[in-house]
Design a protein around this ligand. Structure first.
Ligand SMILES: NC(=O)C1=CN([C@@H]2O[C@H](COP(=O)(O)OP(=O)(O)OC[C@H]3O[C@@H](n4cnc5c(N)ncnc54)[C@H](OP(=O)(O)O)[C@@H]3O)[C@@H](O)[C@H]2O)C=CC1
Ligand SMILES: O=C1OC[C@@H](O)[C@H](O)[C@H]1O
Length: 355
């Protein structure tokens, strides 16, 4: 296949933890169906040694430039876009600094701790005329796109009245140090911001297709269980007023979800989705009420995590001169953070950024 016309993006990675390693691994995969070419141009870490170790281990033979600070990555003229892969509390300052240096930004989820900070980032992106997107990778998963079509376009199970989504992980927090991003409030820990965000995203995609400010806000009932000011369990019920449909969305860092993590109930049948995690869906199953109709199973196997779908979308957007992505625009990020702000207000989870 000729790649002459494919857009190409030179990435600067900041933070060399778990997600950065998954992301660069996916970007280096040789995919015949890719929509863009991705180059890991630079890696920045809190120490040069860390950056070098990461580059050697995770980008073998690629020799990205390595830096012992994030600012040097922002300043590198051979970098087009910064991928922010640090704990939640640091996203805002990194995104601001990267955009001030004129760089496009793909920022891990949640983009910021609250909607107020996301609005500041959106304003900065506008001021600097640069691309900015929150890396909610499930929004770009082919399975999720198909799910959306099945529900909204094909109406495969008729009118949807209710969905259940759970994202639970057994994070074994007792064994983690207090400095872990998964348990430290100053780093933005908490089930809702870390994994509940995926359940809210399914709710939004399946029960309300409007993006960002075009969307009608659902009615919200929620409850959070806290330890040390952080939610370890978050349960949210959304009711979409136009249809009356409800989303029951649960997240917990105490117990791992069963493989079948999502169920959609419609007037003609049920759709379930399963996978190794709620953020990593693999199989759709459609069961019809009509006993004459056979169940359908749609499988989405892949070699890797699938972070390339969001990366390809970003590259295509930037090549087209866009400053936001249509599926994950900034209004949508702000909308989702406003929803999480309201859930936290009820639940009592307060971060330093909320002051
Ligand atoms: N899309 C997905 O499926 C996933 C997304 N994520 C998201 O990615 C982001 C990073 O998560 P993850 O990779 O698990 O995080 P890690 O804890 O693995 O840390 C990432 C990096 O952040 C820096 N860092 C970590 N702890 C601290 C600290 N206490 N003080 C200062 N810097 C710190 C370090 O950077 P350095 O290397 O420079 O020292 C570290 O390597 C989060 O926003 C998370 O929500 C995470 C996992 C999966
Ligand atoms: O998909 C995920 O699984 C593990 C979480 O800690 C992470 O942040 C999330 O994105």
């Amino acid at each position: 296949m000729s790649t002459e016309s494919l857009p190409s993006l030179r990435w600067g990675i900041i933070g060399t933890g778990l997600i950065a390693s998954w992301f660069v691994g996916d970007l280096q995969k040789n995919r015949p169906d890719r929509k863009a070419d991705h180059i890991i141009a630079a890696v920045g870490a809190s120490s040069l040694e860390k950056a070098k170790t990461f580059a050697e281990a995770k980008c073998p033979g690629k020799n990205p430039t390595t830096y012992g600070s994030y600012q040097e990555v922002y300043n590198d003229p051979n970098v087009d876009i910064i991928y922010i892969a640090t704990p939640h509390a640091f996203h805002k300052e990194s995104a601001l600094a990267a955009m001030d240096a004129g760089k496009a930004v793909l920022c891990e989820k949640p983009m910021t701790i609250n909607a107020k900070d996301a609005k500041d980032l959106a304003a900065k992106a506008k001021e600097k005329n640069v691309f900015l997107m929150e890396a909610v990778w499930t929004r770009f998963s082919p399975l999720v796109l198909k799910l959306e079509d099945l529900v909204h376009k094909e109406k495969a199970i008729g009118d949807v009245s209710r969905i259940f989504v759970d994202f639970g992980l057994d994070m074994n927090l007792g064994a983690l140090p207090e400095t872990s991003r998964l348990k430290n409030r100053d780093l933005g820990a908490g089930a809702l911001l870390d994994i509940g965000i995926y359940t809210l995203t399914y709710g939004k995609i399946l029960l309300d297709t409007g993006l960002g400010k075009n969307s009608k806000k659902p009615n919200v009932v929620s409850m959070q269980s806290l330890v040390g000011g952080i939610d370890y369990i978050s349960t949210v019920i959304l009711q979409y007023p136009e249809t009356g449909a409800q989303a029951i969305l649960t997240s917990s860092v105490y117990y791992k979800t069963a493989p079948e993590f999502l169920r959609i109930e419609g007037s003609l049948g049920t759709i379930t989705v399963s996978g190794v995690a709620t953020s990593s869906p693999k199989v759709i199953k459609i069961t019809y009420k009509d006993a004459e109709k056979k169940d359908e199973v749609l499988e989405y196997p892949r070699d890797g995590f699938g972070f390339w779908y969001e990366a390809d979308a970003v590259a295509v957007d930037i090549a087209a001169g866009k400053k936001e992505d249509d599926r994950m625009p900034l209004d949508e990020t702000i909308y989702m953070l406003e929803l999480m702000d309201s859930i936290r207000k009820t639940g009592g989870v307060v971060y330093p950024q909320d002051a």
